[in-house]
Design a protein around this ligand. Structure first.
Ligand SMILES: [Zn+2]
Ligand SMILES: [Zn+2]
Ligand SMILES: [Zn+2]
Length: 129
């Protein structure tokens, strides 16, 4: 049985590759740029602190468990029921606007160029992160 997932409430701010200025994949530590292959060290102390102190309810028995680590995803064992669960990374979304009708879209950014279709006016456009 796969342990259930609990999504983290905190995430580091999105970082840019110092080499090519594109967005880096979300995360902390050694992150490889998907566009130019540069390995960048991403650190963000306030987020690590929030993640370490983060309290999540055990999905098995609802006892509040402290993460105790800034690592995500991480597997935790509940001290009350010995149930195992994962705390996963928070999924960061960004707000962008359709260039044709200015309708707001909320998307999960991925490094590089991608094509989007506006749900309101069906206009296709590109965004680059
Ligand atoms: Zn790069
Ligand atoms: Zn539990
Ligand atoms: Zn539109």
């Amino acid at each position: 049985m796969t342990p259930p997932d609990v999504e983290s409430k905190h995430a580091p701010p999105l970082a840019e590759c110092p080499n090519c200025d594109h967005m880096l994949p979300q995360g902390l530590g050694e992150i490889e740029c998907e566009l130019c292959g540069a390995v960048c060290r991403v650190s963000h102390e306030p987020t690590v602190e929030l993640l370490t102190k983060e309290k999540v309810p055990c999905p098995h028995c609802m006892t509040v468990v402290v993460a105790g680590t800034g690592k995500r995803p991480v597997e935790l064992t509940c001290s009350a029921c010995s149930g195992i669960f994962n705390i996963t990374s928070k999924i960061v979304k960004v707000d962008i606007q359709c260039p044709a009708c200015e309708r707001g879209l909320r998307i999960r950014p991925r490094p590089g160029k991608r094509e989007l279709s506006c749900p309101a006016c069906k206009n296709d456009f590109h965004v680059t992160f």
